[in-house]
Design a protein around this ligand. Structure first.
Ligand code: GLC
Length: 621
């Protein structure tokens, strides 16, 4: 993230702006004025009365808005592309986001809260003082923020299959997100991945739509709570509508060549419960259904979503997704908005988007009635969120970010999400019998790989990317001093140690979106060779696998005495030590069928070959 000097000057101006905002708000409260702005004598009208329903406040406010102000509300920019923070006020921007890894240079929760309040200060200075709604992908904890609790990715939570746990994770995430000011989470993902070659398989709870339905709606409840205006609740986004996980060959942003019956029974199914749980926003998918892009699919994005499913929230396009609709900017913006996109995640060329949309309205290509419909939905969400009454960061929660209580929930989730695929009796270890163990493998001490994509940066990274506990560190902490722990065979041989058991941690590199698409979901050769070498020397090998999907690992499983699929567990590796040492029993069950060979992968593949392990498989003791 480059920071130029102008940014620093802006920062100072921004800090003054947010200070002004705080003073402004305090003065209103001090004068006993109704919330949201001027002293009671100059009340801004019915819309500033917090006792009125959000819908009517929004309708009142809409009447006062100019076309520029309305179009600004439909525009979302990524903070990293702001040419000047003053653009927030000048262009009446309604929303900002932090895309994966887009955050303050000093990556601390407090710096995020300062950044958020600085931006909000600009929005509150506008004529109507309409607060920003700020979005982020907190898909497994507040994962952009260093020091935040990182929970298992959804594929692991699907194996745990515990809706109460999912709700508690979402609740904890909402508190950590709210502490930094942010009010809106682009989660939960309701994808129902049908082909594990897809790079976003791990963002799905399961290939089974009912598991996704139950857990996705639990996540919505956790994020939004029972009162969206509460200081520790945030707006959920159900995504990516629809059939993002049903594309041909598992290609990211590809085409779901499926029947309407399959679209409804598999991919649409989870949205009914999530909408029933009150999800306040929805994100269309980049992908297509039988050749029609979802961001241009008026029949589904308006007809079905609004008419049949009764969704009353607002829709937010995916990252620059309208650019992929083809044709001129005028054509694709009109197409997206007329198909049902309410707010556009531009996210870079926000001024030209605004100019183009204004021209489209003037030319009648987008009606002002359509603009009003979109803006009414957006403003209603902002009123429901209580943004007009408390637009700044909820700093009282800053000490909850990465707190021991949240990490304990994450550790419980790690225990419950791991699936034991094989055990010849080597597990659980009997601590009293252990003298020397080997804890090795490329991912044994690699927190970044343990967390996977969408962690600190968009793609994630290797090594100590944030604060957490690797498997090696967890075993070192849990085993008595009397047990010698070697992190490589060479070290063990050099010490002339007699190794009782080898824990080998292997798996996939971190990735996100299309960068995770693969035609060969298998272990890297070096990882496989390590298992072979150690087992070939007669050592009992316990393989722990970090992966965003089932992998073709029949041979590695055969060479292991025990094999634990840990998915992408996040920062609390101690949850795995709990299982290895018998302090907890494995209860995880596969939420995806585990293919035997490439021939058994994907919707077609599953018809040709029996999986190695069926959905629902998982051992214990
Ligand atoms: C990405 C993803 C979407 C995410 C958005 C904002 O491309 O498709 O899931 O919410 O952009 O980061």
């Amino acid at each position: 993230m480059k920071v130029d000097n102008r940014r620093k000057v802006r920062g100072l101006a921004g800090a003054l702006a947010s200070l002004a905002a705080v003073v402004f708000l305090v003065s209103c409260c001090a004068s006993g004025a109704s919330s949201g702005g001027k002293p009671a004598g100059q009340a801004k009208g019915a819309w500033s009365d917090a006792s009125l329903p959000a819908e009517s406040r929004a309708a009142e406010l809409l009447k006062k808005m100019t076309l520029d102000e309305k179009i600004g509300q439909m525009t979302q920019a990524d903070r990293q592309f702001l040419k000047s923070y003053a653009d927030i006020a000048r262009l009446h921007l309604g929303s900002l986001l932090s895309g994966g890894g887009s955050g303050p240079d000093e990556n601390t929760a407090e710096a995020w809260a300062d950044m958020y309040d600085e931006f909000q200060g600009y929005a509150l200075k506008t004529r109507l003082g309409i607060p920003l709604v700020y979005g982020v992908d907190a898909v497994h904890g507040h994962n952009n923020v260093r020091g935040a609790t990182i929970f298992p990715h959804n594929i692991g939570l699907g194996a745990a299959n515990d809706p109460d746990l999912v709700e508690r994770i979402a609740r904890a995430t909402a508190v950590e997100v709210a502490a930094t000011g942010i009010d809106w989470n682009f989660a939960p993902c309701l994808t129902v991945p049908q082909d594990i070659r897809w790079g976003r398989t791990y963002e799905g709870y399961s290939e089974n739509p009912e598991i996704v339905s139950v857990l996705g709606s639990a996540a919505v409840r956790g994020y939004q709570g029972t009162d969206l205006a509460a200081r520790d609740t945030i707006l959920a986004t159900i995504k990516h509508f629809v059939a993002d996980g049903g594309t041909f060959g598992g290609k990211d942003r590809g085409d779901a060549k499926i029947s309407e019956e399959e679209l409804r029974s598999i991919h649409l199914h989870p949205y009914f419960a999530a909408i029933g749980a009150g999800a306040g926003s929805l994100m269309p998918s980049f992908s297509s259904w039988n050749g029609v892009r979802m961001h241009a699919h008026g029949e589904l994005l308006t007809g079905v979503l609004r008419g049949e499913m009764g969704f009353a929230g607002f829709t937010i396009s995916d990252w620059a997704a309208l650019d992929e609709l083809g044709g001129t900017p005028e054509h694709r913006i009109a197409l997206g908005i007329n198909s049902g996109v309410d707010m556009v995640m531009v996210p870079e060329h926000y001024e030209s988007f605004i100019t183009t949309l204004k021209k489209l309205v003037k030319d009648g290509a987008v009606s002002e009635a359509r603009v009003d419909e979109a803006v009414l939905r957006i403003l209603t969400a902002k009123f429901k969120l209580g943004l007009f009454e408390s637009p700044l960061a909820e700093r009282e929660f800053l000490d909850r970010v990465g707190s021991p209580e949240h990490r304990a929930v994450a550790r419980e989730a790690v225990r419950k999400s791991a699936v034991l695929l094989k055990n010849d009796g080597i597990l659980p270890f009997k601590k009293e019998n252990l003298k020397a163990i080997l804890v090795t493998g490329p991912l044994a001490d690699n927190l970044g790989a343990q967390c996977g994509g969408w962690t600190i940066s968009w793609q994630g990274g290797n090594g100590p990317v944030t604060e957490g506990t690797t498997v090696l560190a967890a075993l070192r902490a849990a085993l008595p001093e009397s047990v010698a722990i070697y992190d490589s065979l060479k070290a063990a041989e050099k010490a002339g140690a007699k190794i009782d058991v080898a824990v080998v941690v292997v798996g996939e590199r971190p990735y996100a979106e299309w960068q995770g698409d693969t035609q060969n979901p298998a272990l890297p050769p070096a990882h496989s060779e390590l298992i072979e070498t150690l087992s070939g020397q007669g050592l009992p090998v316990v393989t722990v696998l970090f992966s965003g999907r089932p992998l073709l690992a029949e041979r590695e499983i055969a060479m292991s005495s025990a094999f634990l699929a840990a998915w992408l567990p996040g920062t609390e590796g101690a949850g795995l030590a709990d299982l290895l040492l018998g302090d907890a029993k494995p209860t995880g069950k596969l939420s995806f069928s585990w293919p035997k060979t490439l021939a058994g992968i994907g919707a077609e593949g599953k018809k040709n070959e029996k999986p190695l392990f069926e959905l629902g498989y998982g051992l214990s003791w």
